[in-house]
Design a binder for this molecule. Sequence first.
Ligand code: GLC
Ligand code: CA
Length: 553
Amino acid sequence: MNRIWWKEAVIYQIYPRSFMDSNGDGIGDIKGITSRLDYLKYLGVDVLWLSPIYKSPNDDNGYDISDYQAIMDEFGTMEDFDEMLAEAHKRGLRVVMDLVVNHTSDEHKWFMESRKSKENEYRDYYIWREGKDAETPPNNWGSCFSGSAWQYDEQTAMYYLHLFSRKQPDLNWDNPKVRKEVFDMMTWWCDKGIDGFRMDVISMISKTEEMPDGPVTDFYGDYSPYCIHGPNVHRYLQEMNEKVLSKYDIMTVGETPGVTTEQAKQYAGEDTRELNMVFQFEHVDNHGKYGKWDDQKWQLTKLKNILTRWQTELYGKAWNSLFWDNHDQPRAVSRFGDDRPMYREASAKMLATCLHMMQGSPYIYQGEELGMTNYPFQSPDEFRDIESVNAYKEWCLSGEVSHEDFWPCIIARSRDNARTPVQWDDSAQAGFTTGTPWIAVNPNYTEINAKAETEDPNSVFHYYKKLIALRKENPIMVYGKYEPLMEDSEELFVYTRTLDEKKLLTVCNFTDQEIDFTIPEEFVGKSCLIANMENDYSKKEITLRPYEAFVLI
Ligand code: GLC
Ligand code: CA
C-alpha cells in the first residue's frame, strides 16, 4: 500500500460567488473565504477547490476568463488571494484552483486580437472556419448552452467555435503557442504555491481537424464524437504533465464529460503520466425526454450498477473522485435523498455514508455538509444561470413544450439550485451578506444553517465531521477493495471494503420505507464505525428505518 496524500484527502468545493460576502455588495469574495477558514478546518477537510476567481465578465460566472493572472474585481485583489492562501496553508489546508483552458472569455486579450484580422498573430489561438455558405455555420455542432456552437464574426466574415456560450470561444490546442501560454500560466500559479488544479472540461480540448457534422439527434447537433476525447487529448495532457505537473507536489482532477472507465484509466492511470483522477458523470446523467432536464429519480439498481462499475474497473489502475453534487448539479439531498423535513437529515447522512465509504477521494460541495436543499423556484425570472435561462427559452418560449411539462424538469436540475448562498446562520440573508444577495437565499435558512448545525452534535454537519475524521484513522476507507452485495435490491445499497485482514460493511437504505435486512454472518456482532440511527447489530435479522445507514467493521 503506497500512501498518497490526495487519495487520503477530503476535498471541499467553494463556489466563491455564493460562499461568503465580506463587504456587503451581495457577492461572495476572497476575504469572505478567508473569514470562514476556521469553519472549514473545524469540519476537517484537507483541500479546498475554488471555482474560478480570475478576471471575468461573468457570462458564465467566472468560467469565462479574461485574464488568468488577475483576480475578478468583485472577488477582491491578488493581495487578498495571497493572504487567503497563506492563511489556508497555516491551517494545513491545501488550495486547488480551477483551470479553465478549453476556452477563454471573448474579452481576453488573445481573442480581442484574434478576431481583428486573419493575419493577426493571435488568429490561430482560436478555431476559425468558413461557413458552409453565407447563412450556414461550418457544421451542426451545438453549444452546451443551447443554439449553434458557431458564432459568425463580421470583422473577418468567419465563424469561431464556442462549445459553451458565444462569450466563451474555444482555444486552439493544436497551436503549440497556446499550449506554451497555458503551461507558463500554470507554472506561475504553481510557483505561487497553490496545491493543484481542477481542470474544466479537459476532455474537450482536442477537436478533430475535419470537423464533420455530428449525428442528428433529438437535441441540437450532437458534437460529442468529434470534440470529446479528441485525437490529441492524451498527448497534450502528457505534455502538460511533463512540462508542469510533474515538477510540483500537487493534485489534479480532470472534469471529463463523457468519460468511460476505459478512458479514465488513461486520463488518471497510475502510470500514464496525465492526471491524478477524473470526474465522471455517468451517475448524474440520468437523462429523460428533455435531455438533462428531468425530474425522475434513478432506479437504484442502475445507480449502483454505474458506481460499482467505476469502483471495480478502476481498482488498482486509476483513482476515482467521489461526488453527489457540485456547482453544476442540483443539491444531493434533493436529488438522491429526500428533502422533506422529516427525512432530510437522515437521507443526507445516508448519502454521505454511502459516498465516503467508497474508494476514491470524496468531494463535498459547499452546503452539502449542512444538508442544504434545492431552491423552491416559482418563476423563470428567478434563474441567474445562463444554462437555465437559455434552456427555458429554447424549450418553452419556443413553444416546443408547455411550461407545465417542462417546469418540474428544469427546476429539478437547474444549476442555480447549488448556487444559492451558503446558509451561515438564521439572521437576514442567512448571514451570507449584509446587502442584497446576487441570487436569492433559500427560505429554509432559518432551519438549515451552519450555526445551528455546529451547535447540534446530531446534525448533518457533525456527521460529515465524523466521517472525515474516520477516514484519517481507517486506511481501509481509502485503500480497501470494494465489493458489492445485494446488487438486485431496489431499496438497499450494500457493499464491503477489504484491506488485508480487515473488512467493513456499508448498508444504506435509499427508501422512505422500513426494510428487513439480514446481516451477513461474518459481520454479526461486529462494531459499528458510524451510523445515522441506533440499531442492534448483535442480531442477525434487523429492520432498517427509512434512510438508515450504518457501517460495521
Ligand atoms: C464546466 C463547469 C461549468 C461551466 C462549463 C464551461 O462544466 O463546471 O460550470 O459552465 O464547464 O466552462
Ligand atoms: Ca463581496
